[in-house]
Design a protein around this ligand. Sequence first.
Ligand SMILES: [Zn+2]
Length: 297
Amino acid sequence: MIQLKPDLQGFLRCSIGDGKTAMFWYDYWTELGPLLLFFGSSGPRTLRIPLNATVSQAVSNGHWNLPPARSDIAETLHVILSTTRVPTDANGKDAYLWRNQSGGFAASFSSRVTWERLRTPNPSVQWHSFVWFKEEIPRCSFISWTAFLGRLPTRDRLISWGLSVPPGCVFCTSANESHNHLFFQCAFAAAIWLRYCGRYMASPPASLDAVTVQCRNLQGPQARRVAVVLKLLCQVIVHNLWRERNARIFRDVRMNQDGFFRVVDRSMRDRLLSPSLISSSSPSLLELYFWFLSPYS
Ligand SMILES: [Zn+2]
């Protein structure tokens, strides 16, 4: 028996006009769904309607033309057809309708509406606006999003999957590599965060959650814009720590602490100086970034 995709059954309907396009056995043109699924493979023989027939082929002299019902399912179809408009040329062509936002059906197709109806939404997470925001750098957002989900292939995870890899952190070699260690607890990571313990951060954060809390707790008239700089800084640091970790493991090249700071600093300045972020607001985002810098940077 031919299986139709369940999602297509639920999302596409055929509105019968002249019945010359709609397939009698395959299309969803009665409330029973595709009749081949309802009757099974013996359906064409039972109703004496070929598998490739159109709906119009079930009509004769302006009436539905089916053999007498010999089963409950055939009887059900008879009942439904008794209240279904008989296809004629006067009804126009058959039309295929897509499920719309309100749950009804309409001729226009919207990929967004269909996607929203297909997917099972997860509960929204607290940190989504920390990763996805207008001033983001997309390649950095992607890595920080994966880090928030705890899904980067850090060594602790690789080992939990049964892979034989050394467990140690490539930066400090004194602890095992995990998300929290790599981005916050490691001395290499803490040292870069320390460079930004200026006006807004008292000490290096201990985790991604700690950075989001820090963002939420910002006070004052510039709080929203300061939060933008902190979110950007966090994703730039996470992204570059992940790159540096990979460079050390896979290419055997390494930056020292100063070199790494210059890369982070350059990324921040380039982003904050991009034309789309330049505004007349004072202080500028770049100035707010400078205020993040520790006097000892
Ligand atoms: Zn380390």
